[in-house]
Every structure is written in C-alpha cells, then in structure tokens.
Write a protein that binds this ligand. Sequence first.
Ligand code: SF4
Length: 280
Amino acid sequence: MSTVNRKPVHVAMFSGGAASAYVAYQMVQAHGKENCILFFTNTLWEDEDNYRFMNEVSEYIGLEITERIDGRTPEEVFYDYRFLGNSRMAKCSEELKVYQTIIFLEELRDVYNLEPILYFGIGPHETHRSDNLREFYKHRPIEPIETRFPMIDTFRADIDVKAIIENEWGIKLPRMYSIAKDLRPELGVKGFSHANCGGRCVRGGFQHYALLYSVWPHVYAEQEEMEENFRKHFEKNVSILKKDGGPYTLREYRKVLETEGVEKFLQKPDDTVPCVCSFS
Ligand code: SF4
C-alpha cells in the first residue's frame, strides 16, 4: 500500500533525555495528542531515575508512554550471539532498540494503517547522528520513513531545554545528567554525556568508564564481573574497551584508575554511543 493512503502518526523517539522530552512536548502541541505516540524501547538496564523522569514527562505532556521490551538484557543478547558488545559493534542496540522499533513501525502500518513520522531529540552539534538516522530510515523498514529533527531544523539553536524542563515544567532532570557534580564535585565534571543503560553502555569509552568508576563503583564492578564471566564462559580474550586495537579489560582499566587516579581520563570525551541509543 502506498503511504498516501495512510493517516500520519507522529512518533517521538523518547530516550529518557531532556531534548527528546522537549521535542515530544512540541510535537504534541503541534499535532494533538490523538495523533501522537511517545515511544520508548526498554533495555532493562535503564537507571531507575530515568523511569521517574519519563513518567513525569509523560504526565506533563498528557500522553502515555508506548513501551516495547524485547525481554532480554544486553548481557543476554551478548550470550545469545556469543559476542561481547563493544564500541565497534553492539548487538544489544540492534536487537533491543532498532529491531523493536522496526517491528513497531511495521505494525503501525500493517495493523493500524498509520504512516509514522519519527521525531528525534538530536541537537545541532550531532548532525552526523541525524544524518545516519535519516539514511537508516530511508531504507528500513521496507518503505522509507520520514524523520524529523526539530532541535536542528526548527528550534532556536541556543534553546536551553534542560532549563525549560526544570524551571517551567517543574520536572527534575534525570540524575545521570548531574551525578558527578552531586556525588564528586571535586572532579569538576557534571555527569554522563550518554547515560544509556544506567551507565553500563558497552559503547562507552575511557572517559565514560572512568566516570562510572568515580560515581558508582558498584555498577562498574557489575560490568567488570559481566565481562569476566563472559570471557571465562566462552574462553575468549574479548573486552568492552579496546586499547591499541586489542582487548583491554575493565579489570585492567580499574587497576590503572586505582593507581593513576581518574582525573586525566575524565578530560577526553568519548564519541562512541550509537545513534539509536542516544540519551538526548
Ligand atoms: S545504550 Fe549501550 S549497552 Fe545499552 S543497548 Fe545501547 S549500545 Fe547496548
């Protein structure tokens, strides 16, 4: 069936971040909540405060969250594929987010005869990610899907969505944005730049894991244990982080952080989070 016969439905790709919340709000103002969907794919590793934020935003906007869950955690996906996710390849993202999204979009078309238009909270400083997403949804699912990036194309470049959400909406931002400032102010860092999967993102790099170790050493320990268990189970020398093109385990990295301190590793930002898992 051609797209012209389907009624449009506006779908906010709600990640749990401030920008996607703001984009969702504006989308509903423009098109009415009866024509909108607030869509979230849950990896079961999300930080609990992200759920609090999402629920408050959903209530503020007046639109329930439509959630899709594969049912596996990223760790379970790694075991299924016998491949530990890392910055170069993260099957968790494909399976738990992309695949669930594609199924949902196909259902909108096939079951409800709706034509989805997707809205992302990606900002002007991340056009490489919006370009990737535009390109991706041109080819998947079967027919191209329209993608919109109001933070780039519509809103003022200097709009401060975090301030609007906190001051005008009265909703506290997810704690991961300011976790370092709150728990370790002496580090001079505010919080996670990508707070996906409760700080356990396998796309995170050296800065990300140095920060995780600094603010939530117990979560770092969980991730380290997951990596060690995987290595033992499959008897493979693999790791989440890479150094000089080879494996570099979280255990090795922790020892370096313990002896050399975290500060120098907090300075250089990572740029490895996949576009579909964006916390924006
Ligand atoms: S945020 Fe990271 S760990 Fe979570 S699904 Fe995406 S790539 Fe995997």
